[in-house]
Design a binder for this molecule. Sequence first.
Ligand SMILES: Cc1ncc(COP(=O)(O)O)c(C=O)c1O
Length: 392
Amino acid sequence: MIPAVLPTYDRAPLTFERGEGSWLVAEDGRRYLDLGAGIAVNALGHANPDLTQALTDQARKVWHLSNLYRIPEQERLAALLVDRTFADTVFFTNSGTEAAELAVKMARKFWHDAGHPDRTRILTFEGAFHGRSSAAIAAAGSEKMTKGFGPLLPGFTQLKWGDHEALEKAIGEPDVGAVMIEPIQGEGGIRPLPDVCLKGLRDLCDETGALLILDEVQCGMGRTGRLFAHEWAGVAPDIMMVAKGIGGGFPLGAVLATERAASGMTVGTHGSTYGGNPLACAVGARVMEIVADDAFLSEVRRKGALFRQGLEGLVASHPDVFEGVRGAGLMLGLKCKVAPAEVVQAGYAQGLLTVGAADNVVRLLPALNIPDEDIAEALRRLDAAASSLTPA
Ligand SMILES: Cc1ncc(COP(=O)(O)O)c(C=O)c1O
């Protein structure tokens, strides 16, 4: 019999009752060190007092209005984002997938209104993950995500990650309107796009006119030690998708864009009942105030370097289990020699939560404010987990 909850997830048999910072407490009282943070969502840890305050203060005032009216919390968060990024304008969504939907619509509408309605093709990359809507699965294109869900939304071409020649050839095609890419692939296995490649991609987009859409849903909001990952390369996109960390655990996403790229999105062209609601935006504004601070970001870089150094040692002491470390800041991946699911499972036995990814990688995405002693404890538990997988 089908369960009451549609069985689309392969869930671990763990039930958590509450969280405190980087820790989750299970029903049986057992404490787990959380290196998953709800897959890069709980950017400031569980039950963060600042965020709880922002949420409850707002909850006492008004929960939901409608985009029929001005929403001051939304305007405030948009101003914070515009002030701190390349963007001139922001649309708020409830998730990364919805941000992907709008990014696709925005790029196509831009070319439509610019008198090139044929420039509808969007170049994407193998291993990408942009969400589970019809547009997002067509964008990623993998069989795993698309099989059985056709007919797929047309107009996407997936290129091989790192195949510069294929990119140069494809981007020259007259129907290409945009390129959509994650600066660091998350679900694809913490695969960073080297800064030089992102710069090169920006140049190619400038030469051909294609809009550059960056998906920073997982790698953005301080995760890499810069507010947004593309800042490392010193280039800016035309459109950017954000979600996950921006709400610190409250559902919130956004599309940021330049005035030019957003120029087709006039009154009536897009909307959302819940997008930009007062509760989400009040929390998001508090997250921005904390994360967009230079001192905070510098701490993320220091913690990331500390964690990475420990992980390099872990790889050296468990050469049968691990192959290497990759990623940036606190978006780290352990490339495994065993199945990543085994490492995740062995972690559970040690009271440690990690997240699997493609390309044989285990993801480590802790809260950005994880204390140094919790990093040390995470390394001890990872070491014990790896030892349990190594034949004595
Ligand atoms: C890079 C990226 N884009 C888009 C999404 C989709 O976001 P959501 O699950 O909030 O719809 C995800 C989710 O994992 C993601 O990692």
